[in-house]
Structure formats: C-alpha cells, structure tokens
Design a binder for this molecule. Structure first.
Ligand code: NAD
Length: 326
C-alpha cells in the first residue's frame, strides 16, 4: 500500500505516520511518502520507521501537486495541509489559498492520476453559533472564520468527487486535538498549553475564559480515527464526513485535571478577543453516533485518562529538548 500525506510535518502528521506503520501487517509494511512545504530536518526524521520518505510539496502549486501525485501514484492520500483557525484569521488570504485552492489541487491531482481514496480532515470550525448541544452532523453550516468556510467547502468538494465516482473521499470533523507536540495555531491550543506550561513553568495564563467549553480529543484517538475511516468499506459509509466526539470539558475542568497530575500548578485566564470569539462560535459538544454506527468509531480517552497519559510524555519531551524549567 502506497500512502501519501500532505502537511505531514504538523501536529497530526507525525503521529499518523506512526499509527499507520503500527497497524500494517509486519509482512506488508506500507510505503509512506510524507510531504510538507519543507521536509523536516534529518535530525527529526532520523527515527522514522523504514518505508517513510519525505518530499517537499506546496499544495497551492497546482503543477507541482499534480506532478508529485502522478509520480508517487498512491493508493491512499491523507490531506492534512492547512492553515488553522487562529492563524487563518490573521492571514485569511493565505488560509483561502492553502485550504481552498490547495484542497482543490489535491483532489484534481488525485482524479487525474486515478488515486482511489482520499481522507479529508475537517473541523468543528465548520459550525457557527446557536446550534443544538450536542451538535449533530447535519445542521446549517454558517462558519464565522475563513478556516471554517474553507473546511465546509472542502467537505462539499469531497462529497462531489465521491458522487461523481472520481475519488472515494471520506473524512472527519475533528474537535480540538491535544498531543505531546507543538500546537499548530488552532484556537484550542490553550488546552495543550495548560499541560506544557503547567509542567514546564508551573503556571499558564490561558487566552480564554474559565467557562469556555469546546469538544476536545486526545491525539491517539484522533489518528486511530483517521486510520479507521480510511479502512472502512465504502458500502458501510452512509456519509462522506463524520462528526467525532471526544470529551467536552470547561477550561477550568482541564486546569483541575492538570492540577491533579502537576500539584500546585497555577492556571489563570486572560481572554483574548479574537480567539475567544472563535471559541464561542464553536459547538460545546458533538453528536458522533453516525460514526459509531457506520464504522464502529468510539473514543477511548476521557479527560483524566488523557492527563495521565500526556503528562509523562510532556515531561519526557521537555527533558529531551532541554526546555524543562525554561
Ligand atoms: N489540530 C487540531 O486540533 C485540528 C482540529 C480539526 C482539524 N484539524 C485539521 O487536521 C489537519 C492537520 O492539522 P494539524 O494539527 O497537523 O495542523 P498543523 O498546522 O500542525 O500542520 C499543518 C501542516 O500543513 C503544512 N502546510 C501549510 N501550508 C502548506 C502548503 N501550502 N502546502 C503544504 N503543506 C502546507 C504546514 O507546514 C504544517 O506542517 C488540518 O487540515 C487541520 O485543519 C486539526
């Protein structure tokens, strides 16, 4: 199986590569071509499993995207490249170029090359305010950000390509994802910073209110979901894009969970208008029963289970990078 990832150098990509390798039969490991604007330095990729190679790809460059996908001829594409919500609001033209034009370029390159299957990573940012709680898959979509608008359009493009029989697209609407890596400029980053700065400095000033509540998910569940929806037989899928739910804590509940694992940590709140407005426009919780019914999706981590797994990983990461106590 030849698998190509776009935007592979980001928060999800590295963990997804590890998950794909872990799931594959030992006798038949996948060939993974990981692409990003710039491949990470060799020191970072030195520990990659065999079969993983890195190539540079700017998905905004239509000719380069076509040429690379035609050269690799993957059986499966995970399209991760994007500009996330907070950065997208400061650079909406860039967000449009990468998320909208880039997605179109990748889909067209897949169609032209005959790539059979593509997995799309959408987001709760497709929703606008005032929706039922938990929010079902099918409601009117009125996103308030360029990020959300381009993700909603990407979902529709995926549906179109699937309906035309050009590329079998499937995808998920992720909640905010938390992992022991670097956040990518999303509005849910406050949750990860509570852990990272909590461990590193014993304190963190969150850019949101204490009562902010959005859906979150631990990365091991997130990358497992991507692998599972990629493997799901098409005749089991009644939709193209599926809500995924993890857990939906208030910000001060996350702080309490961090405090359990990092005694004495001081979390304070100084809401920043731009990111708070984005957070307030998102649903508090998602209804993911369609994913459960169609392809057996079930999250394994709740908030405290994530904390117990994550804090030792962050300690190890900070010790490795020498950032502890910085
Ligand atoms: N992390 C989350 O909480 C979350 C939540 C919902 C959806 N998603 C979606 O999942 C996908 C991956 O997210 P992530 O958290 O890894 O994001 P990230 O920002 O960490 O990584 C995105 C990657 O895309 C790359 N990229 C940017 N512009 C590019 C371009 N023109 N061409 C090629 N690559 C480019 C970046 O270099 C980066 O490595 C995105 O599509 C994102 O919208 C993420």
């Amino acid at each position: 199986m030849r698998i190509l990832l776009t935007g592979a150098g980001g928060q999800i990509g590295r963990d997804l590569i590890a998950e794909l390798v872990r799931r594959a039969p030992a006798a038949d490991p996948p060939t993974i071509v990981a692409t990003d604007l710039r491949p990470p330095p060799a020191a970072v990729t030195a520990d990659d499993p065999p079969g993983v190679s890195w190539r540079g790809l700017d998905v905004v460059d239509e000719a380069a995207t076509r040429a690379l996908i035609a050269d690799v001829r993957p059986d499966l594409v995970f399209h991760l490249a994007a500009i996330l919500s907070a950065k997208g609001e400061t650079e909406p033209q860039l967000a449009y170029a990468v998320n909208q034009t880039g997605t179109w370029n990748v889909l067209e390159a897949c169609r032209a090359t005959g790539v059979p299957r593509l997995v799309f990573t959408s987001s709760i940012a497709v929703y606008g305010p005032g929706l039922p709680d938990p929010t079902p898959d099918d409601v009117p979509l009125h996103p308030t950000t360029m990020y959300g608008a381009t993700k909603a359009a990407g979902e529709l493009l995926c549906e179109y390509y699937t309906r035309r029989g050009w590329v079998d697209c499937r995808g998920v609407r992720f909640p905010g994802l938390i992992s022991a890596g670097l956040p990518g400029g999303g509005s849910s980053d406050y949750a990860l910073f509570m852990y990272v700065d909590g461990v590193r400095r014993g304190a963190y000033e969150a850019f949101c209110r204490a009562d902010t509540r959005i859906p979150l998910m631990y990365m091991p569940d997130g990358v497992r979901a991507l692998a599972e929806i990629a493997e799901a037989p098409r005749d089991r899928l009644r939709r193209c894009i599926y809500n995924l739910a993890g857990f939906s804590p208030r910000a001060d509940e996350i702080a309490a969970s961090v405090g359990r694992a990092v005694p004495g940590v001081a979390i304070t709140y100084a809401p920043e208008p731009l990111r708070q407005a984005i957070l307030d426009s998102w649903p508090s919780a998602l209804d993911d029963r369609a994913a459960a019914t169609d392809w057996g999706w079930r999250a394994r981590f709740d908030l405290d289970a994530m904390t117990d797994d994550l804090v030792p990983r962050i300690r190890a990461l900070l010790a490795r990078t020498g950032a502890a106590g910085a």
